[in-house]
Design a binder for this molecule. Structure first.
Ligand code: GLY
Length: 334
């Protein structure tokens, strides 16, 4: 299912984040003891997984892996496919702007050595993930922000361009009519692309890229460029990447948490479920009003994915099969 089709199934919430609607003839109930019915994958390598329905991106990544390329190259090139797609309103060119009409991008990347790079509040450069890689490889730093990140990108040959497309400008102008502080958004326009890969050598890398929350406050940054929150890779254990409301991921250092839970012996599926439980079990959590989803992979090539609400999915390319699977989720409708 195309992500834009989720709109039909998404209910807008007070926090402006989408949750799925109920299944036919279903009434709400929360399952505190959700047990995953997601089967553990086989461990054939190479493999690539990504948040949401991004088969073109996983195809690109798998081409690189099959040709003997590194997991690092695969996740960068895979994310670039979505960044270049102007019909994807949550990443790169065509990403929805902040409340002032500025498209600002966050991205990060992490390799098998634990090296990492990120860019924050990057403007006018489509391929934020590649700039993040340059930060990792060509500077002594981990994170570059704003104008400094843009200047750095241009010094590396990235061409500046207007990232606000006609379609995203039109959507922003529509939003401005009411211009509610809490943006009305849905699954389609708030879905970080996160990708994790294991190459033929068994080495793991990950990356993620986003234009963040649509119509956010100017200067707002989410989880995606923050190592340990939006993404974490430990080549001895596994990797995790997040999507959804970044503030909630940051508060629980979500991706690092998932990898540490795997280190303690949990499967990727169990670790993703536990990380979601940490969010929803906080006192006074308004988790019904926002979405967070995690995907994870361990060193054996087992994978997992879990979200608070329905309609989150993971694309997985392994052993010749490139498929999108709906993820299990915390709030059950029965
Ligand atoms: N997860 C992306 C963001 O909150 O910006």
């Amino acid at each position: 299912m195309k992500r834009r089709n989720f709109i039909k199934n998404a209910a807008l919430t007070s926090a402006g984040l989408a949750i799925g609607n109920s299944l036919t003839n279903c009434a709400d109930s929360e399952s505190k003891d959700n047990k995953s019915d997601v089967a553990v994958s086989t461990n054939k390598l190479p493999l690539v997984i990504a948040t949401w329905h991004v088969k073109n991106a996983t195809t690109k990544a798998m081409e690189i892996l099959q040709a003997g390329g590194t997991a690092l190259d695969a996740v960068e090139q895979g994310c670039r496919v979505e960044e270049a797609d102007i019909n994807n309103s949550s990443v790169g060119k065509g990403g929805l702007p902040d409340r002032d009409g500025n498209v600002t991008l966050d991205a990060c990347i992490m390799d098998k050595y634990g090296n990492c790079g990120s860019v924050v509040y990057l403007q006018n450069i489509t391929h934020a993930v590649s700039v993040a890689r340059k930060v990792m490889e060509d500077t002594p730093h981990v994170m570059l922000a704003g104008e400094g990140a843009k200047q750095f990108a241009m010094s590396k040959g990235f061409q500046p361009e207007d990232l606000l497309t006609e379609a995203s400008k039109e959507a922003w102008e529509k939003w401005k009519i009411e211009a509610k502080y809490k943006p009305i958004i849905n699954i389609e326009n708030h879905d970080t692309i996160g990708m994790l890969a294991i190459d033929k050598n068994g080495d793991i890398s990950g990356a993620c890229t986003t234009s963040g929350l649509a119509y956010k406050m100017g200067g707002r940054v989410g989880d995606s460029p923050i190592i340990g929150s939006g993404l974490f890779v430990d080549n001895e254990i596994g990797a995790c990447v997040a999507t959804g409301l970044g503030e909630e991921v940051v508060k629980t250092v979500g991706s690092f948490l998932v990898v540490e839970l795997m280190r303690q012996g949990k499967s990727p599926q169990q670790a993703c479920e536990e990380a979601i439980r940490r969010i929803v079990s906080k006192p006074n959590s308004n988790y019904k009003d926002f979405q967070v989803g995690y995907i994870a992979v361990n060193k054996k090539g087992e994978t997992g994915s879990y979200a608070i609400h329905q309609w989150f999915s993971m694309t997985k390319f392994q052993d010749g099969v490139n498929e999108q699977n709906q993820s299990d989720y915390y709030i059950k409708k029965q």
